[in-house]
Design a binder for this molecule. Structure first.
Ligand code: UDP
Length: 327
């Protein structure tokens, strides 16, 4: 069995990736500091608690498991927090990733799959966001991810670190088997907040701004199912194992939905109305982020299977009603 070091394997996307890796015949080794992750979510392989800033701990884990690749999910990822506490993002995301990348190179682990974000693109009017779009992030979260992409390119040139970078659009949904799902504390993401509001776990949803330049005035995002997203990571890993060149791929469906459209789909899927109020814009939000790329489909053979809003909300709702983590 081939070991894959999965940083952030106790988090939302990382835990789904661990399941996909184990189903594809790999052993996912989760490395997570449990600051935002959950030990209960580590179900598909060994768990090593540790922090990306702790080089000695990373060296120990690389020596113990001799992973053939790293999948690097661990990161702080809230746009609002990144605006008010940018230092946390530069330290945890950038310095932490640099420490991990140096440890991987020192251990001779040359295949690296990285979670980046469409937030690295920033605001581009009437431009299709493909992988060659200039990266002009509006917030420290996007800026931190862009910096890590630069580090990967430099380490490839200097040390032969082969990498696949995935720029995610908005990830939603949950494992249809209910083994893992989305559970953040505090929660800041639209879909789980909406479901919390429906069943009274919070007072209601605040829609962040209705004065954007979009048909209904609310922000437009491209939502992709977490299971489809992690399937692309297994394809990215296979790409590297086949010795192909480092590559960047957008992961989105190419369809955009406004906040109000997501709410109305939720009302239809759950048969319950989302209680909401209109609030001011959230700092750092872009008007519209929709993937304009077909590269992942053409080159990786990726085809999203569960990424309709109905399926994502239905899967998230099922998890929301039955699943949660305690520790
Ligand atoms: N959003 C909102 N109210 C909330 C949370 C999010 O209106 O309580 C909006 C947010 O402004 C954005 C979209 O929903 O336009 C998706 O936000 P989320 O935080 O889920 O993901 P992001 O786009 O920041 O990665």
């Amino acid at each position: 069995m081939k070991n894959i070091l999965v940083t952030g394997g106790a988090g939302y996307i990382g835990s789904h990736a661990c399941k996909a890796l184990s189903q594809a015949g790999y052993t996912p080794v989760t490395f997570d500091n449990l600051v935002t992750g959950w030990q209960d979510a580590v179900k598909f392989g060994p768990f090593e608690q540790g922090d990306l800033l702790d080089r000695a701990r990373l060296d120990e884990v690389f020596a113990k498991y001799e992973p053939v690749a790293v999948m690097h999910f661990a990161a702080l990822s809230q746009v609002g927090e990144a605006m008010s506490e940018p230092g946390k993002y530069w330290s945890n995301n950038v310095t932490g990733s640099l420490t991990l990348i140096e440890a991987a190179v020192a251990a001779g682990c040359e295949n690296f799959v990285f979670s980046s974000t469409c937030a690295t693109y920033g605001e581009h009017d009437n431009v299709v966001l493909d992988e060659d779009t200039p990266q002009l992030p509006l917030n420290a979260y996007g800026a931190s991810k862009r910096a890590i992409e630069d580090i990967l390119r430099d380490f490839e040139a200097a040390h032969g670190l082969n990498h696949v970078i995935f720029r995610y659009f908005n990830v939603a949904g949950a494992d249809p088997d209910g083994e893992v799902g989305e559970f953040h504390r505090p929660e800041t993401h639209l879909v789980p907040l909406m479901l919390d509001a429906i069943d009274g776990k919070r007072d209601g949803l605040t829609v962040f701004g209705t004065d954007y330049d979009t048909p209904d005035g609310t922000c437009i995002r491209d939502y992709v199912h977490v299971c489809d997203l992690v399937d692309a990571h297994v394809l990215g890993l296979n790409w590297l194992e086949q010795g192909k060149d480092s590559r960047v791929f957008n992961l989105g469906t190419g369809s955009g939905f406004s906040v109000m459209e997501v709410i109305s789909h939720s009302n239809a899927v759950t048969n319950r109305d989302v209680p909401y109020a209109i609030g001011p814009r959230r700092a750092g939000d872009c008007t519209k982020l929709v993937s304009g790329s077909v590269r992942a489909g053409e080159e990786l053979g990726w085809s999203p299977k569960r990424s309709t809003l109905e399926t994502m909300i239905a899967d998230a709702w099922r998890w929301h009603q039955n699943g949660h983590y305690e520790k």
